[in-house]
Design a binder for this molecule. Structure first.
Ligand SMILES: Cc1cc2nc3c(=O)[nH]c(=O)nc-3n(C[C@H](O)[C@H](O)[C@H](O)COP(=O)(O)OP(=O)(O)OC[C@H]3O[C@@H](n4cnc5c(N)ncnc54)[C@H](O)[C@@H]3O)c2cc1C
Length: 229
């Protein structure tokens, strides 16, 4: 499994500079810090036009967003987003992660991409003995896939039509790559469900890595998620 952060929200200082004029010093103070957290912090203060920060405990992102999270006022976390390129996960994981309706996906196509030379994805519980069994089952599936593809081509189907029909024998352990985007509130919801000891072991591993990277770009927005739920 490989998880690469492709993009995350960045505050444009110019835009902030143009807002408010005489209020600029306050805005400027507010934009110093991780962009995603700053954006949520800014959005929260914009609701009440509360630019004075007399309370030192909530004058920074950590303190302010801790309060927001306690109150469940999570809509302010929807302004910032993060996009990941996720590779080397199984089709079973794809079926699970796509259930999260607030995430956006671009998924490697089994209709266009030739799976003949792919390797299976082993579930985390799998040890060398089980890996051997999975490998052998995957090889058999790929044999059938290749034979089906040739048969369908001989029948006159196009390459795409032949692949889309032959993929019927590809198993859950077939690998897939995808680009996934979510806003911070959506990612938090995914983590609450999948960074859990009740979740499937592979998606749990993914959630753990996503959390690690999300905490780097938005530490205040994920401050309350530490241990598996
Ligand atoms: C441990 C575990 C086991 C599971 N087992 C199964 C299983 O056996 N079979 C199965 O089919 N699924 C299973 N799932 C998937 C699960 O049912 C959900 O589809 C998945 O977790 C996505 O969560 P969600 O539907 O709450 O929210 P998301 O789609 O991620 O949306 C987030 C939140 O937005 C709100 N929301 C989104 N859409 C609507 C809507 N249409 N109406 C009202 N509110 C909405 C809800 O508050 C929701 O919680 C499992 C999930 C987990 C974590």
């Amino acid at each position: 499994m490989k998880v690469t952060l492709l993009a995350s929200s960045q505050i444009k200082m110019m835009n902030f500079d143009m807002i408010g004029g005489s209020e600029f010093d306050r805005y400027h103070a507010l934009i110093m810090g991780p962009s995603s957290d700053r954006l949520a912090h800014f959005a929260g203060r914009a609701c009440y036009q509360a630019w004075d920060m007399p309370n030192p405990a909530t004058a920074n992102d950590m303190g302010y967003l801790a309060n927001i999270l306690r109150q469940g006022h999570e809509s302010v976390l929807e302004h910032a987003s993060a996009t990941f390129y996720i590779e080397g996960v199984s089709r079973s994981l794809l079926a699970e992660i796509t259930r999260h309706r607030h995430l956006s996906f671009s998924v490697e196509s089994q209709r266009y991409v030739d799976y003949s030379n792919t390797e299976p994805v082993y579930p985390p519980a799998s040890q060398p003995n089980e890996n051997y069994i999975i490998n052998s089952a995957y090889d058999d599936a790929l044999d059938a896939y290749d034979r089906l593809y040739e048969n369908f081509r001989e029948q006159g189907l196009t390459r795409k039509q032949a692949r889309e029909a032959a993929r019927s024998v590809l198993p859950n352990c077939a690998p897939v790559a995808m680009v996934v985007t979510g806003n911070m509130r959506a990612w938090r919801d995914v983590l609450k469900k999948r960074y859990s000891t009740h979740a499937d072991a592979e998606i749990f591993e993914l959630a753990k890595e996503l959390l690690r990277q999300l905490k780097c770009i938005a530490p205040a927005s994920f401050q309350d998620i530490e241990e598996p739920f």
